[in-house]
Design a protein around this ligand. Sequence first.
Ligand SMILES: Nc1ncnc2c1ncn2[C@@H]1O[C@H](COP(=O)(O)OP(=O)(O)OP(=O)(O)O)[C@@H](O)[C@H]1O
Ligand SMILES: [Mg+2]
Length: 326
Amino acid sequence: MGSLIGESDPFVKALRQISLLARCDATVLLSGETGTGKELAARAIHYLSARAGGPFIPVNCSALPETLLENELFGHTKGAYTDASLPQRGLIAEAESGTLFLDEIDGLSLTAQAKILRFLQEGEYRPLGGRQPLQADVRIVAATNANLVEKVKAGTFREDLYFRLYILSLSLPPLRERSEDIPLLAKYFLKKYCRRFRSDYKILSPAALMKLSSYAWPGNVRELEAVIQRAIVHSPVSLIQAEEIDLPHAENPPRRGYPFRTLKRRAIDTFEKSYLSQLLMTHRGNISRAAKEAGKDRRAFRRLMEKHGLIRQQFINAGQGDAQVI
Ligand SMILES: Nc1ncnc2c1ncn2[C@@H]1O[C@H](COP(=O)(O)OP(=O)(O)OP(=O)(O)O)[C@@H](O)[C@H]1O
Ligand SMILES: [Mg+2]
């Protein structure tokens, strides 16, 4: 299972929800923009739950045409249609005693939605061509990056299924709302992919980190992961420079939906924290020297450290092991 990395308030809240949701055996709906970690969260819920010993079966509800998907989910009986010479178990049966992850649930046809609703309510489903309902002990975790309320209004998503799913729901925050996590995630991906690509260990220059921290990340964590992979490959030396951070949408207009002041405050906070951390690392926790380089007096520097929850001790061993990255 991949690790869920992040320590910002919105992310820690989400982590807490994940462990609560794992403890009860009810249906869950995960929402959030693309790349925010919905599948990772679904796996975490499964592996932290009493069903961890059972299978975790993911299925993308938008990837297959309607009838093929129903066939996948519910299976079919012998002779259900022309090519069905043998009966076939569906994914619901495969997921017995485990978790079925219905990704992009908004892609389910109305017929499949009705069947899933019935399964959620009665614990029963019918394979294609079958007369006898079958039972399965399966927990459903669903995910969507669509606005289901809009889909309900448009008549493409059943309202009763929506309400059934909505009871336990968790929305994963987009990366731009937890930009404090960007340095941590970047470090995690650097470590992961330097190892995987058998590359020397690389670190980010302060300007490169600044570039990452001030970007809006429409593709969220997945996009950050890809950008770090590219930077590792393209950087000729171990210090990754800002120019080697390739952001396709960097020239796009600023994030929308927030007042200018909020965005400016956030960008400044992110900058301050990473700037201070970088200086403290360079000077191995020596506040006087870090303050001097910043052109600030020691007390003002300490106040800024407190504001961002930075503790001198964290930086004393910087430069040993991997603590020096970002
Ligand atoms: N908090 C996190 N810590 C570490 N890695 C993460 C985190 N969140 C997401 N990732 C990584 O980002 C990538 C995208 O995550 P995931 O597939 O779970 O997103 P998703 O919300 O399901 O996206 P989509 O809606 O596009 O399917 C994965 O490689 C995942 O491992
Ligand atoms: Mg996904």
